[in-house]
Design a protein around this ligand. Structure first.
Ligand code: ADP
Length: 474
């Protein structure tokens, strides 16, 4: 992964993770709420059932007492009818404890006057949560209540037996009345405990539900805020990137305009002079003069050739991707020198070479452009008035970077021109060049993340030093 991409990733964590968090939190929130609503609805059904249980038990006690004193068989039937309610619940409890969800338990719960639609919730809560502290406590109270209901049933049977055999005494009546009252009181306590325990459980569940809701809502809000802030940052970042690219495009366009304008002009000028020379040559009879014109034509064509080769270099440098490969500097210099020997006076120049670095890892095409342009300039701008003309070529390593040095004892560069020599179409002598050479060199050097510096003194000579980093990230 490139450094830039890594930094981008650091700055912008993957938003899909945030969306996933929001999605999971929402799903959990929905599940927890549905689950809690189901538990609370079952709790409500139990509280409802308990009130039927309690009412049934109380009504049964009341009818039994009335029967005890009036011996009215109707009261006895009513007592039996009412007692079936807590008894039904009791059967349901025992069956559920032993066998889980089954038809017997469902029927028994209906006898206990529970609503048909509450059956599923009642049984689901009982079967799945009977071990949970608050429910197991409530079931325990319920069990104790059932034992008392059984005792009431036994007392009822005893009373009925005595009345049927007509042996019920006043003392019996008092004793039974007292027993029924004691049972009733105990049952009231049980029933209250049952309701309280369920109420306590409901409150706990509500509290937990509120906590979970708050936590998940906070997670969702934070994730959404983070998501939006990342998206806004991304937008700003890409806006800046687009602006920078636009600026760059404007520059490139501008540069291209200048290039096309000057190129068309510079391409035409040697042709125009060639045409003129041909015209006057046709009219000329003097062989020496014709030779002179031919030499001028040759110069024009060389200029044209140089300019076209500069344009090709410019286009290659712009278009071609950087390819890092092993490059021999020695080979590049030898090749360039042999190709540049056609330049006027090149054969009079002494080439000194001190190549301490040969093989390097870099882009061959760019290095070829750089070396060939620097050497051709050193040859073009040699000082022919000097006794000995030389070009010194050096390669070496300095501060961990490869250096290429091309120095000459040529005409040098005036201080006033030094700042402009790397600009497009800047040339001090239009007969010698297109003014593109050093501009292309600078671009090529920047392409391989290097830099170039120039030291020059008029009439003494010039030295160009190119620094090529050993390795760089793409
Ligand atoms: P040109 O095609 O005119 O040579 P360049 O971009 O290669 O264009 O060079 C720009 C100008 O820099 C040249 O016109 C020349 O004045 C100056 N220059 C470049 N190299 C040298 C050198 N080795 N010695 C003296 N002057 C140089």
């Amino acid at each position: 992964m490139s450094k830039v991409n890594f930094l981008k990733k650091l700055r912008f964590p993957n938003v899909f993770i945030l969306l996933l968090i929001v999605f999971i939190s929402c799903a959990l929130l929905i599940c927890i709420n549905i689950f809690t609503i189901k538990i609370l609805s079952a709790n409500r059904a139990y509280v409802n059932g308990e009130s039927h249980y309690s009412k049934g038990q109380k009504d049964a006690s009341r009818h039994l007492i009335t029967y005890l004193f009036t011996k009215d068989k109707n009261q006895w039937k009513l007592y039996q009818e009412e007692l079936k309610v807590p008894q039904g619940d009791g059967i349901a409890r025992e069956t559920l404890l032993k066998a889980g969800d089954n038809e017997v338990a469902r029927k028994a719960l209906l006898v206990g006057r529970n609503h048909q639609e509450d059956l599923d919730d009642l049984i689901w809560l009982f079967v799945n949560f009977k071990q949970v502290s608050y429910l197991s406590k409530a079931i325990h109270e319920w069990g104790q209540g059932d034992q008392l209901i059984f005792k009431l049933f036994v007392i009822g049977e005893q009373i009925n037996a005595k009345i049927s055999h007509n042996i019920l005494t006043i003392a019996d009546q008092k004793k039974f009345l007292q027993e029924i009252s004691i049972l009733s009181d105990k049952l009231t306590v049980n029933e209250r405990n049952f309701s309280n325990t369920l109420g306590e459980g409901t409150r706990k569940i509500k509290f937990l539900l509120t906590i979970f809701n708050v936590i998940f809502i906070l997670i969702i809000i934070c994730s959404v805020c983070l998501y939006y802030s990342i998206m806004v940052k991304r937008l700003l970042f890409s806006k800046k990137e687009t602006e920078a690219k636009n600026e760059n495009l404007i520059l490139v366009n501008h540069e291209l305009d200048r290039f096309v304008y000057s190129a068309s002009h510079d391409l035409r000028s040697p042709i125009t002079s060639l045409k003129g020379l041909i015209e006057i040559t046709q009219l000329e009879d003097d062989v020496d003069q014709i030779k002179e014109y031919l030499s001028l034509m040759y110069q024009s064509l060389i200029k044209q050739d140089q300019f076209i080769s500069d344009i090709i270099d410019y286009s290659k440098n712009k278009r071609k991707q950087i390819i890092m490969e092993p490059v021999s500097l020695q080979d590049l210099f030898s090749e360039a020198i042999s190709q540049l020997m056609h330049i006027e006076n090149a054969n009079r120049i002494t080439f000194r070479q001190e190549l301490l670095v040969d093989q390097i890892q870099s882009d061959g095409l760019r290095l070829k452009i750089i070396i060939s342009n620097l050497l051709s300039n050193a040859i073009k701008y040699a000082d022919i008035t000097k006794q000995e003309m030389f070009i010194s070529i050096k390669t070496y390593i300095q501060e961990g970077s490869n250096k290429i040095e091309v120095a000459d004892n040529g005409i040098g560069i005036n201080d006033e021109f030094k700042d402009y020599i790397f600009e497009m179409y800047y040339g001090t002598n239009k007969n010698k060049g297109s003014g593109l050479g050093l501009y292309i060199v600078k671009e090529a050097v920047e392409n391989i993340k290097g830099n170039i510096s120039v030291f020059s003194e008029s009439n003494i000579g010039s030295k160009f030093i190119v620094t090529i980093p050993n390795a760089y990230g793409t």
